[in-house]
Ligand binder design. Structure first.
Ligand SMILES: Nc1nc2c(ncn2[C@@H]2O[C@H](COP(=O)(O)OP(=O)(O)O)[C@@H](O)[C@H]2O)c(=O)[nH]1
Ligand SMILES: [Mg+2]
Length: 365
């Protein structure tokens, strides 16, 4: 059982029978734009990873290509305030918006989560907006593994700008940020957090950097150090330098420019075909990892691999015995087993087709 399953259930689950997690009419309601159905699908994905393929089967034909915007940065820099301001502008600009706020520091009932809720409240009730908070699952800065699938739900729900707020502190952030089409990094003056984001690799992948809290002293200094970091060749990737903007979300200043820059970037991504390519690459990775998981599961069951690998590792350490003969032996054993399975499947498919043919003919007469 995965850690996902072991986690404490969210308050909503307690009142619900497991069998009703996917209520029979959930899809009908989802198609009709029922927000509760949308929320329930996300909850189902969070609590039951086994439902992911079933749910995604239904979601994929509905997806409309909503753009995913990752908003990241150290805790307290104003990400939630900025996200709310951007969501408001997105709606005013004629789009619909989804917000997924992931905060590793706060459990479902925790303070920061409630704080985010309060901050987003100004937006509550607008039918063009859907807000969802997700807690991180493993307590060491990791993000909810279901976040990318939750964005799929929002996309299929018809939201065309999906903001994903994450705390930029570690490797797991980068993973979740790879599900974003555009990344906005928020920093604030006077904290030295820029080094932390540099270490985490986020400075390198950001498309737009926002120096928020420009009402506080030190914004110019931060802008200078960013300029310096880029001049000394921070970017090892071929990615163009990010746009750097300043704002004070608290005073609602500079956010029009940030919103305009996001929309400008999105237009660029669409026109150059990059958005399409990003989505294709993401799907490729997704399919690859599904195959890897599936094969590993099968492989480890077929070969008792976990125990054997443990024994082989022991022999490498204690007897200096190379693991490669084991690898070759096991892989060829698995090849034989898979080949047999494939042949069996071909046979049974032939039989099924064989059975169907006369029926079809009979019907044709
Ligand atoms: N002075 C100042 N405070 C801000 C600004 N933007 C946000 N804050 C405050 O910073 C604190 C953290 O903001 P929040 O949006 O929760 O940050 P997050 O943790 O990055 O999501 C809150 O008390 C905000 O009111 C700003 O532009 N200037
Ligand atoms: Mg926040």
């Amino acid at each position: 059982m995965s850690s996902e399953h072991k986690r404490k259930k969210s308050p909503g689950d307690r009142t619900r029978k497991p069998g009703s997690l996917l209520a029979p009419d959930i899809w009908e309601r989802f198609f009709q734009g029922d927000r509760l159905a949308c929320a329930r699908l996300i909850t189902a994905i969070e609590n039951h990873p086994r439902l992911v393929p079933i749910i995604r089967d239904r979601l994929i034909p509905l997806q409309k290509g909503g753009v995913r915007i990752g908003i990241t940065g150290p805790p307290g820099v104003g990400k939630s305030t900025v996200t709310a301001a951007l969501a408001r502008r997105t709606i005013a600009g004629g789009h619909s918006a989804g917000v997924i706020a992931v905060d590793p520091s706060s459990p479902f009932s925790g303070g920061a989560f409630l704080g985010d809720r309060v901050r987003m409240q100004g937006l509550g009730g607008d039918p063009r907006l859907f807000i969802r908070s997700q807690a991180s699952r493993n307590g060491h800065g990791g993000l909810s593994p279901s976040t990318p699938y939750a964005t799929d739900v929002l996309d299929a729900f018809g939201l065309d700008r999906i903001f994903i707020e994450t705390v930029g502190v570690g490797q797991a952030e980068l993973d979740v940020l790879t599900c974003a089409d555009l990344i906005l990094l928020v920093l604030q003056p006077g904290t030295g957090d820029v080094i932390q984001t540099l270490k985490a690799g986020i400075l390198e992948i950001a498309d737009i950097i926002l120096v928020n809290k420009a009402d506080l002293p030190g914004a110019d200094l931060l802008l200078d150090s960013l300029k310096f970091l880029f001049e000394i060749g921070l970017r090892k990737t071929a990615k163009p330098f990010p746009s750097v903007l300043t704002a004070s979300a608290l005073q609602d200043k500079g956010l029009d420019e940030v919103h305009a820059e996001i929309e400008r970037r999105i237009r660029g991504l669409v026109e150059s075909g990059e958005l399409h390519e990003k989505k294709r690459q993401r799907l490729e990775r997704d399919i690859q990892s599904a195959i890897r998981d599936n094969l590993w599961e099968k492989f480890s069951t077929l070969t008792n691999a976990r125990d054997e690998i443990r024994a082989v590792a022991g022999r490498v350490l204690e007897n200096r015995q190379s693991p490669y003969p084991y690898l070759r032996r096991t892989c060829s054993r698995v090849r034989i087993t898979f080949a047999k399975e494939g042949a069996k499947r071909d046979d049974s498919e032939k039989k099924t087709v064989g059975r169907r043919v006369p029926k079809g003919r009979a019907a044709g007469r």
